[in-house]
Design a protein around this ligand. Structure first.
Ligand SMILES: [Zn+2]
Ligand SMILES: [Zn+2]
Length: 323
């Protein structure tokens, strides 16, 4: 965290001025180790590696004491976002009950202390309290609790297929909300398969799949949120997501490099194909030559024979004249 870096540097009096966009009460910015090492004299600072631990769906809060909350904890903003979204879609069944993407947009804006969409580097937030999703959902949609919504079905022992996932999305009424949602099913299913913990897909995997299909729809409709997820390095955690910012979409240099690399790969492929064809044809020619050797010889003989006739004819015009 940035404040920790500046505290450490102040303590060793290598830093006189506070880092400009230092943390406020609600967010704790981060900076990369390279950035710290490059810009500051850190010879008296000891760095401790602190892993971000995650249970399947929840990040383990990191203890951090601030002046207002001596026993406070924090998590990465991106973990807060994923937890928020899971609670919203699977817990509250927000979209199934008629909530819209616009509502979600308003909720995210209402939670501006947690979700700083303009931050371009990962940051921590105080661990959100339990009821926050419900409160903010009620804030956009008052009579939302009494709306009925279908439960997900249980998955049979042998798992489920893409077709079952697609049917489930329709059964839950999500295709009405998002007509395109089934288009994500295949890519999401593929990622669920990649990350499954047991031999066969289970009910919890179907929950994940249904959640991530809704996440894809939401992010594609709210580009600013998609950018946030990318900036917070969360795009690889969304099943089946195509992130244009990762594919060098932003930086023209990277894009150019990507195009060149692709062209080079195409050329290499074409080259390999030509080489293969060349070898193939040479082999065929050799084989044919071998097989036809006597014929070729005979043809040569015939040639010379004909030639000799020709020659005879040419050499003996009188004879032909006679005949
Ligand atoms: Zn990305
Ligand atoms: Zn990427």
């Amino acid at each position: 965290m940035k404040s920790e870096v500046s505290d450490a540097l102040k303590a060793t009096s290598t830093l006189r001025k506070i880092l400009d966009d230092e943390d406020d009460h609600t967010t704790m910015n981060t900076m990369s180790l390279e950035e710290v090492l490059k810009n500051f004299d850190t010879k008296n600072v000891e760095f401790i590696r602190y892993p971000i631990l995650r249970a399947k769906h929840r990040a383990t809060p990191i203890p951090i004491s601030t002046s207002d909350k001596p026993n406070g904890t924090c998590i990465l903003a991106i973990d807060a976002f994923f937890q928020f979204f899971k609670e919203l879609t699977l817990g509250l069944k927000f979209y199934q009950k008629g909530g819209s993407v616009d509502d979600v947009n308003r909720m995210i804006s209402a939670l501006k202390k947690t979700f700083k969409l303009n931050y371009t580097t990962p940051y921590f937030v105080p661990t959100p309290d339990e009821g926050i999703v419900k409160r903010v959902a009620n804030f956009v949609n008052k009579d939302f609790g009494n709306v009925p919504a279908k439960e997900l079905r249980d998955v049979k022992r042998e798992g489920f297929t893409v077709r079952i996932l697609k049917n489930e999305l329709a059964d839950l009424g999500l295709t009405t909300k998002f007509p395109e949602i089934q288009n994500y099913a295949e890519a999401v299913y593929f990622d669920v398969m990649e990350r499954k913990k047991e031999r066969y897909l289970r009910t919890c995997d179907l929950f994940d799949a249904v959640e991530h299909c809704q996440l894809n729809c939401t992010l594609e409709r709210l580009p600013i949120l998609k950018k946030f997820v990318h900036n917070q390095k969360g795009c690889h955690r969304v099943y089946g997501l195509e992130c244009e910012y990762c594919d060098g979409g932003e930086n023209p240099e990277t894009q150019k490099l990507l195009v060149l690399k692709k062209e080079l790969a195409e050329l290499q492929k074409a080259h390999d194909k030509i080489c293969k064809e060349y070898r193939q044809k040479s082999r065929e020619i050799q084989e044919l030559e071998k097989e036809n050797e006597p014929v070729v010889k005979r043809m040569k003989l015939d040639d010379s024979y004909e030639l000799s006739i020709d020659d005879e004819e040419r050499n003996a015009p009188s004879t032909s004249n006679l005949s």
